[in-house]
Design a protein. Sequence first.
Length: 261
Amino acid sequence: MPNISLKPDDLNALAAQFEQEPLKQHLFLNSVPKSGSHLLRNIIRMFVPVDQQYDQDFIQYGNLKEHLAAFDGPPAKLSWGHLFHSDISAITTSVARKILLVRDPHTWVLAKARFLLSDGFSGQLDMLRKAPISGGDLISMVIFGIPGSNPSLKDTYTHNAVAWLGTDIHLVRYEELLAHVKDLESEAAEAYFSALFGAAGLHQPEDWRERVRLGADPANSGTARQNLSGDFSKLPKELSAIQKEMVAYAAPGLRKILGYE
């Protein structure tokens, strides 16, 4: 797995300032990598006692056996990760409430490309930052993958997202989460977060808006777009028409099953 350098946040101290109700059942926040994982995680952290947060690592298929303690209890624990669906994954997480975060594949491609170019990423694909390749080349590598080095868009979404649909998960779309974070005073946002907290098994206190604002602050996410450093000038602001067609060719039906069409 790649190495990711992130600055520590102070959310534990901020969360401790609020009255917390103990988590009664394990809660696992699963997500497609580069789908706003830290945004969802940091919001939920503001509603869970710090001593019930399992923060050893982002749990993935490759390290799941090292983090079985996240699903042992009591006490119940909050944990998070990018976990493939599999027999072991389903069995291990069966004791937990599960929330699954996804992102529109069109913007995911660009988010993944930016991440590969960022200074905080190190691993097998380091050379992409200095390689004489165009933004179009990199986007194609993200969509179709690099054999032995980088999974394709289809493989990523198949195992991290689509295979979990139809199971006992609560689906969250990054774009909807972000829109409601930006409009917290609205009735729609209150209904949205009420449903989210209910799916997570969390109480919605009167000060929920203040907690969401603190958790959603980009300053507390080392992987937020504005906090990534690097040269991203070769990447477009959005995919071109042909690149969107390439996404549809690479993963037909994906945007529809996730609710983006």
